[in-house]
Design a protein around this ligand. Structure first.
Ligand code: COS
Length: 387
């Protein structure tokens, strides 16, 4: 249920103040130590960040898609590692339950996820299964009234601190495609779960990913999300649909920050006797970045509005994520270029953010997967119109 405008504006103002006064000053330390300070995590819990999209009935803020993208934009004016700390609770880690969970599953997990007491993680990708997500190899074999999980999940965000995993596993070994996959909510302390070593990533220091390995891990029957086998791939796709809109808003917030850094630098740095911002070739880069960011942000906001009004989200989310993630890559590249040699030095935010934003064209579906989702939807619509 949407908030009234005054409440939303007040919340956004609070978030922006927190970003400027608390998060941005801590960015360099987070990058150097590869850790978001515990004090900041606690403050983010108190501010309700972990439950932004979880319905109010389960203790969250219950933001609508339109509100969610505004808050994501505001928060991601700081390095994305901060958002990542609560991002899985707000998006991929909780939404499987929100969308398809039983009432018992929602009551058991969502309030803890909303407060941040439970850290939620999403486990779809495997060593051999990335873009081809329907080919999940992790097995969930029936055992009495429960299941035995075996398999490895890869690049799992927040796995090292997670209390629960949404796990996609194959319950029907004779069905090799999407229909053989089921989704489970699995407690992280279940015997038979082992974590791999944290990956040494290119960017987003302070946000962690690692393997999650299931070895004869016995889970109860009521861990099956929604209580129906064979629905897990669809649950994962629905989760990613809304997640992609959230990622797109994140890209826009970061692009706006990169532009702010670029403009400030262009005003201060002098070459050939005047601020570099007065040179037309620098102005061209600033103008391209501003225009592309505004276009992406307009697309994200429009997609959120249309989704909220009842339109299907699959194509809208893919378009927004595709355009915004490619856009922020170009904006980051120009930001480094405008900074000249300084842009290659980690003391400058643009150097760190340049590395941070590269992941957006890869995770929650590569740009090529978004293109495929968009084009398939166009063709489906056209076929329907022909019949
Ligand atoms: N919402 C609901 N159902 C969906 C769906 C969606 N967005 N997308 C597909 N489905 C359903 C289909 O309708 C189909 O149902 P039926 O079997 O009842 O007909 C089923 O799921 C299989 O769909 P499809 O045949 O389209 O699956 P494909 O294997 O061809 O491919 C893609 C789907 C490529 C789009 C999917 O695998 C994908 O998004 N891959 C990227 C995964 C990803 O983003 N990984 C990132 C890591 S997670 S952070």
């Amino acid at each position: 249920m949407p908030l009234d405008k005054a409440t939303l504006d007040q919340f956004l103002e609070t978030v922006t103040r927190f970003v400027d006064e608390r998060l941005i000053p801590a960015e360099a330390e987070v990058d150097a130590c590869d850790k978001v300070p515990d004090a900041i995590i606690s403050e983010m819990k108190e501010m309700g960040f972990f439950g932004l999209t979880i319905p109010e009935a389960y203790g969250g803020l219950g933001l609508s898609p339109v509100e969610e993208v505004e808050v994501a934009w505001a928060i991601t004016h700081a390095a994305p590692a901060f958002r990542s700390a609560f991002g899985t609770n707000v998006a991929i880690g909780s939404q499987g339950l929100v969308i398809d969970g039983t009432e018992e599953q929602k009551q058991k997990y969502l309030p803890g996820m909303a407060s941040g007491e439970i850290i939620a993680s999403f486990a779809l990708t495997e060593p051999d299964i990335g873009s081809d997500a329907a080919s999940v190899k992790t097995r969930a074999d029936r055992d009495g009234n429960g299941y035995i999980l075996n398999g490895t999940k890869r690049f799992i965000t927040n796995a090292s601190v997670a209390n629960t995993f949404t796990v996609m596993a194959r319950t029907n070994q004779d069905e090799k495609g999407a229909r053989g996959v089921s989704a489970f909510i699995v407690d992280a302390d279940t015997p038979g779960i082992r974590l791999g070593t944290p990956e040494n990533k290119m960017g987003q220091k302070g946000a962690h990913i690692c393997d999650v390995i299931f070895e004869d891990c016995r889970i109860p029957g009521d861990a099956l999300i929604g209580g129906v086998e064979g629905q897990g791939f669809k649950t994962a796709m629905k989760v990613l649909d809304r997640g992609r809109l959230h990622v797109a808003a994140t890209c826009c917030g970061l692009a706006d920050r990169l532009i702010r850094e670029s403009v400030n630098f262009a005003l201060e740095r002098e070459q050939f006797g005047k601020p570099i911002g007065e040179h037309q070739l620098i102005q061209a880069m600033l103008a391209d970045s501003r225009t592309e960011c505004d276009v992406a942000w307009a697309l994200v906001r429009d997609s959120a509005r249309r989704f909220e009004a009842g339109e299907a989200i699959t194509r809208l989310g893919a378009e927004a994520k595709y355009y915004a993630s490619e856009m922020v890559g170009r904006v980051a590249d120009r930001a480094v270029q405008i900074h000249g040699g300084s842009g290659y030095i980690n003391d400058y935010a643009v150097a760190r953010l340049y590395r941070d934003v590269r992941i957006y064209r890869l995770y929650e579906g590569t740009s090529q997967i978004q293109q495929l989702v968009i084009a398939r939807d166009m063709l489906r619509e056209a076929r329907k119109a022909q019949t």
